[in-house]
Design a protein around this ligand. Structure first.
Ligand SMILES: *[C@@H]1O[C@H](CO)[C@@H](O)[C@H](O)[C@H]1NC(C)=O
Ligand SMILES: *[C@@H]1O[C@H](CO)[C@@H](O)[C@H](O)[C@H]1NC(C)=O
Ligand SMILES: *[C@@H]1O[C@H](CO)[C@@H](O)[C@H](O)[C@H]1NC(C)=O
Ligand SMILES: *[C@@H]1O[C@H](CO)[C@@H](O)[C@H](O)[C@H]1NC(C)=O
Ligand SMILES: *[C@@H]1O[C@H](CO)[C@@H](O)[C@H](O)[C@H]1NC(C)=O
Length: 385
């Protein structure tokens, strides 16, 4: 019994060592990892320059192709990104509030690998941790940027939970084509502190990363910097539509027409949402989307009246995302007089007030006159009575 067991163990060991030697034979070719892997921050608020060198052992070889496999942890996607390149540098966008983790491997192919395809080296790795400045509660919150009519962009933030006393916030921005980050051109104030920044369109650029850093300082303490990166064509909000006309054609159809909102958004980048609501509150509110600046509603006769309003946003063909504009003022058909509206008009109110005053003064006058008349009558009665 024991002999059988020993035999089996021996057999397994032999098989294992055979496997091991086979593996070693196949992996005989090894490649050195890249040298001098560095991450350089040129002050672009998140765009980092990654640089490395060929391993010394491959410096003078020319017969075999060499590539590099670069991997970095993309904190925006929460996943590793892999890139293969023959270059020895790469530019990538990082969130500087998070760890920056990069690794690079050498890949050797061709005859140098003894027919085992492309061989990967062990990785060269760098991990950068964010600088510890201020407490995390001192960081600003909820930065939101809206690019109004594509004419100017306002970025608004909330104070940190625990801001240093008398803090002054600073916003810096950078985009492609700028040599270095610049400070906000126009600060917006609220409740006596800087709560936002306004950019005019000529300092903005679309379809590329727009990086923002908001930090703060006060006498003594610093607030932790907050970093943001966005593509600003995705933050456009068109203006509200202010010209909406209705044209009834009996009971057969109503034609709605409007002028696209003012601003710098090309008209063929806009889409419109038409909301139709029966005035009687019975029946459904319907919303239709169109790219034309007009809309045809057939057989409106089934409703006693319909009210419409329009809003717009940037079409998906022009940007991945956008904000809806505000709604236009509603227009109704048939145009029923809006009594409540009429009664609240200031002119009507004035006229009413004057009428009431005149009426009261008149009645008071009448009363007084009658009193005077009566006393006079009594007096004359006493004289002649
Ligand atoms: C590569 O060539 C240069 C000059 O020809 C020499 O100085 C260097 O030592 C060589 N490197 C290797 C790894 O052989
Ligand atoms: C390639 O394989 C042969 C035999 O399998 C071996 O003699 C030679 O040393 C190997 N070359 C390299 C670069 O490992
Ligand atoms: C805020 O950030 C900018 C850009 O990175 C930097 O130049 C500036 O010194 C920082 N200010 C403070 C008070 O940390
Ligand atoms: C508007 O939307 C409603 C409901 O989705 C649909 O029944 C109707 O046909 C649409 N009208 C037009 C003109 O597209
Ligand atoms: C609107 O629709 C009606 C029928 O649904 C059609 O007769 C009419 O010509 C259309 N008008 C326009 C301007 O498209």
């Amino acid at each position: 019994m024991k002999a059988v067991m020993w035999c089996s163990i021996l057999w397994k060991l032999m098989a294992f060592s055979l496997l091991l030697s086979k593996c070693q034979a196949e992996n005989r070719v090894t490649v050195d990892r890249p040298r001098n892997l560095q991450i350089i921050d040129p002050g672009h608020l998140g765009q980092l320059y990654i640089h490395w060198n060929l391993p010394a052992s491959l410096e003078n070889q020319t017969e075999c192709p060499v590539r590099f496999q670069l991997q970095f942890f993309d904190t925006y996607e929460d996943d590793w990104t892999t890139i293969r390149t023959t270059q020895q540098s790469y530019l990538a966008q990082f969130d500087l509030e998070q760890n920056v983790h990069v690794r690079v491997q050498t890949m050797l192919g061709g005859p140098c690998t003894n027919g085992s395809g492309e061989v990967l080296s062990l990785p060269a790795e760098v991990l950068l941790k964010p600088l510890a400045v201020g407490s995390s509660d001192s960081k600003i919150k909820d930065l939101s940027c809206v690019f109004y009519q594509r004419e100017y962009m306002d970025c608004i933030w909330e104070k940190g939970n625990e801001e240093p006393p008398k803090v002054t916030y600073h916003l810096y921005f950078w985009h492609k084509g700028m040599e270095m980050a610049m400070e906000c051109p126009i600060y917006l104030q609220s409740h006596g502190y800087r709560s936002g920044c306004r950019f005019l369109w000529d300092s903005l650029i679309e379809f590329t990363e727009f990086n923002i850093c908001v930090n703060g300082s006060s006498s003594g303490a610093l607030s932790q910097p907050a970093y943001f990166s966005m593509q600003i064509q995705n933050h456009v909000k068109p203006g509200a539509i202010d010209t909406l006309t209705l044209e009834t054609h009996g009971d057969s159809f109503i034609l709605l027409e409007w002028t696209p909102p003012k601003g710098r958004i090309p008209n063929d980048c806009l889409e419109f949402e038409v909301e139709s609501r029966p005035e009687s509150m019975e029946g459904l509110t319907v919303r239709n989307i169109t790219t034309e600046p007009s809309f045809n509603i057939s057989s409106p006769g089934q409703y006693n009246g319909l009210c419409f309003r329009i809003r717009s946003r940037v079409h998906i063909l022009c940007s991945d995302d956008s904000f809806w504009s505000e709604w236009s003022h509603p227009s109704c058909m048939p145009e029923s007089p809006d009594y409540f509206h009429i009664w609240t008009q200031p002119v009507v109110l004035c006229v009413l007030a004057i009428a009431v005053i005149i009426f009261f003064s008149f009645s008071v006058c009448c009363l007084l006159y009658r009193k005077v008349l009566k006393t006079k009558q009594r007096k004359s009665g006493a004289l002649f009575g």
